[in-house]
Design a protein around this ligand. Structure first.
Ligand SMILES: *Cc1c(COP(=O)(O)O)cnc(C)c1O
Length: 430
């Protein structure tokens, strides 16, 4: 084994790529709503020897010896997650949000069952029933969406549910800027005895901070990622607000009715995954500790303030924000009144040092590869310490680029402005 040979010396190609990526993160304006910057402590917890450990199973119930220290990390992660979300149960092993959804769905429903999720083009996620995803292939998917106002139409939801009688209703989205009425969803779900879940991958941090409504008390189960507003390492998690005996007739070999948490546990492992990523679970524990501090609430409050400020500044410049604004960390900008597509706008902004993603808007007439909108969010910029004043400045820069989308000298000027702004809010040391 190479002793103490630094990465830089052993593998300069990978090392350089990491350096370049660090530089990119430092010098561009990150407005992708699903991204954030973890702390140095979280990075440290991820880059350590727990990656070497096989720990199939759960703390104190492992298939391998030598798990006493990784058990400490996983127990801390689980306990902190439960505290953060006021949940009876947390499973911190899913490798990603999609894996969390897969394991969770199959804990409550079967292959071929009817499931209702939010339409992808209205803000839903691939795992909420897209035909190119396992969810769309394994389940009989039906969809709900927003109305012309850009809000979820609860009357439409109720109508579809009563007619179609799905076994599972998925709430949550990747590009919906408004609060979700989980209580109303639960009342509708109960009418047809459907299970209700929420996928809080996006707003998890805002929910943990107590700034927007929590679905935990209304949903049978909740899934999330840990790397978006929650600002932890890349990964997933499954939560249950109120655990109890299952009503699906699932028993242990000895004939005892299983708890829902036991079903989910065995579905994550051995159902859908092998060994957990213990280094990532350690980093989740650290991120959850951070999220339990008062300054995380302050951070999250600023994320929302910044999103509202950015939405307002864009509206002042004649950009249409879907639903007219935001309650959360993100918004969808409908560019049709400017005669622009999401694709060309994303590209032009990228050239000016501003990173966003193209996104379908409700009732879009463009394909998913072109789109009529962009999605922007404030979690990452807020982590750098930016506030409302900078959001107004950024809206101005976005406007300058988009108004003169083929003008390269404008892009160069904005790019220099971006670097100046980034230098005032330093991120990682190289
Ligand atoms: C991001 C996201 C996910 C998927 O997370 P991955 O970690 O990328 O698999 C799932 N659901 C929603 C709503 C998301 O926004």
């Amino acid at each position: 084994m190479n002793k103490a040979l630094q990465l830089k010396d052993f593998d300069p190609e990978v090392y350089q790529a990491i350096q370049k990526e660090t530089e990119r993160q430092n010098q561009k304006l990150e407005l992708i709503a699903s991204e954030n910057f973890v702390s140095v402590q979280v990075l440290q917890a991820m880059g350590q020897v727990m990656t070497n450990k096989y720990a199939e199973g759960y703390p104190a119930k492992r298939y391998y010896g030598g798990c006493e220290f990784v058990d400490i990390a996983e127990d801390l992660a689980r306990e902190r997650a439960k505290k953060l979300f006021n949940a009876d149960y947390a499973n911190v092993q899913p490798h990603s949000g999609s894996q969390a959804n897969m394991a969770a769905y199959f804990s409550y429903i079967k292959y071929g069952d009817k499931v209702m999720g939010m339409d992808l083009s209205h803000g839903g996620h691939l795992t909420h029933g897209s035909p190119v995803n396992f969810s769309g292939r394994f389940f009989n998917m039906i969809h709900y969406g927003v109305d012309k106002s850009g809000y979820i139409d609860m009357n439409q939801v109720e109508k579809i549910v009563l007619k179609e009688r799905p076994k599972l209703i998925i709430t949550g989205a990747s590009a919906y800027s408004r609060e979700i009425d989980y209580k109303a969803f639960r009342e509708i779900a109960d009418k047809v005895n459907a299970k209700l879940m929420s996928d809080i991958a996006h707003p998890a941090g805002l929910i943990a901070a107590g700034l927007i409504k929590s679905p935990l008390e209304h949903c049978h189960f909740v899934t999330t990622t840990t790397h978006k507003t929650l600002r932890g390492p890349r990964g997933g998690m499954i939560l249950i607000g109120k655990d109890g005996e299952n009503d699906l007739g699932i028993k242990t070999p000895k004939g005892r009715t299983k708890l829902f948490s036991e079903i989910v546990d065995s579905n994550v492992f051995p159902g859908f995954q092998g060994g957990p990523l213990m280094h990532v679970i350690a980093a989740k524990a650290v991120a959850f500790k951070e999220a339990l501090q008062d300054d995380f609430v302050e951070y999250s409050r600023q994320v929302i303030k910044n999103a509202k400020a950015l939405a307002k500044a864009l509206q002042d410049r004649n950009y249409n924000i879907v639903s007219g604004g935001t309650d959360t960390h993100l918004m969808l900008v409908d560019l049709r009144n400017h005669g622009l597509t999401g694709k060309e706008s994303e590209k032009a902004l990228e050239q000016a040092g501003i990173t966003v993603n193209k996104n379908m808007v409700p009732f879009d007439d463009q394909s998913p590869f072109v789109t009529s909108g962009i999605r922007v969010g404030t979690p990452a910029l807020t982590t750098r310490g930016m506030k409302e004043e900078e959001m107004t400045q950024i809206a101005e820069m976005i406007d300058r680029v988009l108004l003169d989308i083929n003008n390269d000298s404008v892009k160069t000027k904005v790019k220099n402005q971006v670097i100046e702004l980034c230098d005032r809010f330093p991120l990682y040391k190289m």
